[in-house]
Design a protein around this ligand. Sequence first.
Ligand SMILES: [Zn+2]
Length: 60
Amino acid sequence: MKMVKTYACRDVGVDCDWSASSETEEGLMELIAEHAKNVHPEIELTPELVAKVKAAFKDE
Ligand SMILES: [Zn+2]
């Protein structure tokens, strides 16, 4: 059985219904960076925010 990591914008308090999943933390971060760039240009992915985002990853 494969584990996937999932993340949703709501997990860090962003008012957005987007979520994503990937088999790796790196892959998931790439999807999040792309989404943030396109949909949340006002949000800057600071090291602090990235840490918060990674802490919100769930294994499913
Ligand atoms: Zn979002």
